[in-house]
Ligand binder design. Structure first.
Ligand code: HH2
Length: 301
């Protein structure tokens, strides 16, 4: 087990060396691209959290602001109005994993330090920041709680990002940006062991660029922090699946998750938890078999 496969999130430490963590998506929004409106009611969102944990979601990622291309920002007060009852219910009774394996960690998908601070007061373990610290107060808020922090690559904002897809080498540029934001987080007091990095599939990326990031996952995993990959139901899959709408991209999403894991991703963020858990177990085992062969010194033999 190397230090870079441990992820500290407040009092909890995830060991990602042998088993990929699955992060289940619960969008408490009216307008998310694939599940918008389904979990806006707090009771429905809490029930969904319990369902995804029972399916094996190690983390639950609660989002109150859609970040689909073109989406406008949601004010912090409105994000909190959507999130607070759900976070309070999970703090009172955490969502249980199957087989007595403990409880799921709670992550909040927000770019706002005000939202993050309140979510952390209500017990969240992780802040998933798709802007990777554009809010100057975010680093200190996460550091004060010792929480986990996901730093994702994006350019501009969800409203503007699809106008910013000109890259030379997309993987090199994403890696450089993630290195810079990692240093910014550490300078704000966030422990390096609390950080996870994410290439931001579909955020300021064309379909080809998203596919290239997926294919070259190993280069980003080599940055030395757990790599989170979120390809679930995204539009780059549609192009490869004869234009399938978001709710018909399951097989493509599973293939993308398995490929990312085989190439070194440590966490996958997905809508379809039960199926993904089964798919990534196979990828975990194949990756372990490759590592065992390499450590015996017979990579080609
Ligand atoms: N993708 C989405 C939202 N948050 N966070 C991370 N770290 N990585 C991702 O790839 C990522 C993310 C977009 O997906 P979804 O939440 O399903 O949709 P919406 O933004 O419309 O709510």
């Amino acid at each position: 087990m190397s230090a870079s496969s441990l992820w500290r999130c407040r009092g909890r430490v995830l060991d990602l060396s042998a088993r990929t963590a699955v992060m289940g998506i619960v969008n408490v929004t009216p307008d998310s691209f694939s599940d918008g409106g389904r979990f806006l009611d707090p009771a429905a969102a809490v029930a969904r959290c319990r369902e995804l944990a029972a399916e094996g979601a190690d983390l639950l990622d609660l989002g109150a602001e859609s970040t689909r291309p073109g989406a406008a920002a949601v004010p912090p007060e409105e994000q909190l109005r959507r999130l607070e009852p759900v976070l309070a219910a999970l703090a009172a009774r955490p969502a249980e994993l199957p087989g007595g394996a403990g409880t799921a960690l709670v992550s909040v998908d927000t770019r706002s330090a005000v939202v993050a601070k309140r979510a952390l007061e209500l017990g969240a373990h992780v802040i998933n920041d798709v802007s990777a610290l554009d809010d100057p107060d975010m680093g200190a808020a996460v550091a004060a709680a010792g929480a986990g922090l996901v730093l994702m690559h994006m350019r501009g904002t969800p409203e503007t990002m699809q106008r910013e897809t000109a890259y030379g080498d997309v993987v090199a540029e994403v890696a450089a940006h993630l290195r810079e934001r990692r240093a910014r987080a550490v300078a704000a007091g966030v422990a390096d062991e609390c950080l996870a990095l994410d290439p931001g599939i579909g955020f300021a990326k064309s379909g080809e660029q998203s596919l290239e990031l997926l294919a070259r996952t190993a280069e980003l995993a080599a940055l030395g922090r757990p790599l989170l990959v979120g390809a679930s139901r995204k539009s780059f899959l549609s192009r490869l699946l004869d234009g399938a709408p978001a709710d018909q991209r399951l097989e493509g999403s599973l293939a993308a998750a398995a490929l990312a894991v085989f190439e070194g991703a440590a966490i996958v963020r997905v809508h379809d938890v039960a199926a993904t858990v089964r798919a990534v177990r196979v990828a975990d085992a194949a990756r372990a078999a490759r590592a065992a062969r390499t450590s015996r010194g017979t990579p080609n033999g």
